[in-house]
Design a protein around this ligand. Structure first.
Ligand code: PGA
Ligand code: ZN
Length: 432
């Protein structure tokens, strides 16, 4: 056996940042190199995502256990992959796609397949004797983070309708300055939130739990926090939104619902509202401004905002090459949220990033709301020169491990590391 051939694959159940079961896989190569794959899990999951296989036995972890996926790793996928070369990620991922045989990995589970795919990538890096980012690609660009200040939607029991109010330190000259500015704004926001509600806590991704009567009150807190920290909104830190609008959409009636304000909008009214927010506040990026099936809404938002705002498709594209290609051909956005477990293999994820970049669009590498102590996505962001990273807020170790990993990679890269900050937007935004 060649030393990079797969010798064994094992899997077991671990627990994510919400305390829910998820899959961990360990791949060992003939030469002794090894790697782990820890699979994240979303809450505002798009309808076009690859399938996360759960056991659905109400008596066992409330239906959320992943023992079937683990059995698929150990008994179905693993034995077929033993002997394959871990350096040929594409061949291994292709083989798993064939073995599954469905479009959305619903036979063996995207969580089973992705766990192996990530573990193979990590084992290949170990065998090469290089860090994961250097094994995954040639990139050396440190990402510009989008960092959540207030969490809502499915991450805060729908206490407000909009899912994420985030900041981007567009004025930062280097990654350390991004961390410092974000630190200052996050803690300033904490003081403001505690004044509004002495019992304020944190939502699933570490942003503050919202206590508002209207969705747009969150803007006031973020603006005040930027100023209280001594920065200029728009110049030093811009605002980013993830509306996660598929969760607000009623497919039957084609309307959007803000439960907090007891308001219903048709598609035109909803896009008017979102575009108005983007004009009234220094918003530089908006994700899922409308539902994944409201194509006319996407085109309207694009007509209004392209050139001024990054328009990011998450549920719209689900990291799927054909869906992204359709979006490029129809001018639906100018940026793609990239989540490994939406598509289920490392090589399909890298293909999605490459297609996005070839179109002159921007990839935005993203965590899930249910995360693990793993920092694979930070390495993926650097390896592909993606230029942007979104992993939730500035608290909680499953989030901080990803931000801190950028600092470690920066040290590993030495003078090859580079950071271009807001210049990443030059290709898609005018006057930046
Ligand atoms: P999710 O949220 O992981 O719950 O899907 C993240 C996002 O919508 O970007
Ligand atoms: Zn999203």
């Amino acid at each position: 056996m060649n030393h990079t051939q797969i010798q064994s694959i094992d899997a077991w159940q671990i627990y994510d940042s919400r305390g829910n079961p998820t899959v961990e896989v360990r791949v060992v190569l003939a030469g002794g190199a090894a790697g782990h794959g820890l699979v994240p899990s979303g809450a505002s999951t798009g309808q076009f995502e690859a399938l996360e296989l759960r056991d659905r036995d109400p008596q066992c972890f409330g239906g959320k256990s992943v023992y079937k996926a683990i059995a698929n790793v150990r008994q179905v996928l693993g034995p077929q992959l033993v002997g394959m070369d871990a350096l040929d990620q594409a061949a291994i991922d292709r083989r798993m796609i064939e073995l599954d045989g469905t479009d959305n990995k619903s036979n063996l589970g995207a969580n089973a397949i992705l766990g192996i795919s990530m573990a193979v990538a990590a084992a290949a890096a170990d065998a090469r004797g290089v860090p994961l980012f250097a094994s995954l690609g040639e990139g050396t660009l440190l990402p510009l983070p989008e960092i959540q200040i207030i969490g809502g939607g499915a991450h805060a029991n729908h206490r407000i309708d909009v899912q994420d109010f985030l900041v981007i330190a567009v004025g930062a000259q280097d990654y350390e300055q991004v961390m410092r500015m974000t630190h200052d704004v996050y803690h300033a926001a904490g003081k403001i939130m505690r004044r509004l509600d002495g019992n304020v806590g944190l939502a699933d991704e570490g942003g503050y739990w919202p206590s508002f009567d209207r969705n747009d009150q969150a803007f006031d807190v973020v603006m005040q926090a930027i100023e209280a920290a001594g920065y200029h909104p728009g110049k030093d830190l811009a605002i980013s939104l993830d509306i996660a609008a598929s969760n607000l959409y009623d497919q039957q009636t084609g309307t959007y619902h803000f439960k907090l304000e007891n308001k219903v909008f048709d598609s035109q009214q909803f896009t008017d509202l979102i575009c108005d927010w983007c004009r009234r506040y220094p918003v530089i990026s908006v994700e899922d401004p409308v539902s994944d099936t409201d194509i006319a809404g996407w085109q309207r938002v694009h007509r209004e905002l392209a050139g001024r705002v990054q328009i990011v498709g998450d549920d719209l594209f689900t990291t799927s090459v054909p869906r992204i290609r359709h979006g490029i051909e129809n001018n639906l956005a100018n940026s793609v949220l990239i989540k490994l477990n939406q598509i289920g293999t490392v090589s399909e994820t890298i293909d999605a990033i490459r297609l996005t970049q070839q179109a002159g669009w921007l990839p935005l590498i993203s965590a899930r709301s249910g995360e693990t102590e793993d920092a694979f996505i930070t390495h993926l962001a650097v390896a592909t020169n993606a230029g942007q990273l979104k992993v939730g807020s500035f608290a909680r170790s499953e989030r901080m491990v990803k931000w801190n990993e950028v600092l470690r990679i920066q040290h590993a890269l030495g003078n090859r590391a580079h950071f271009i900050g807001r210049r990443i937007y030059d290709g898609i935004l005018k006057q930046t």
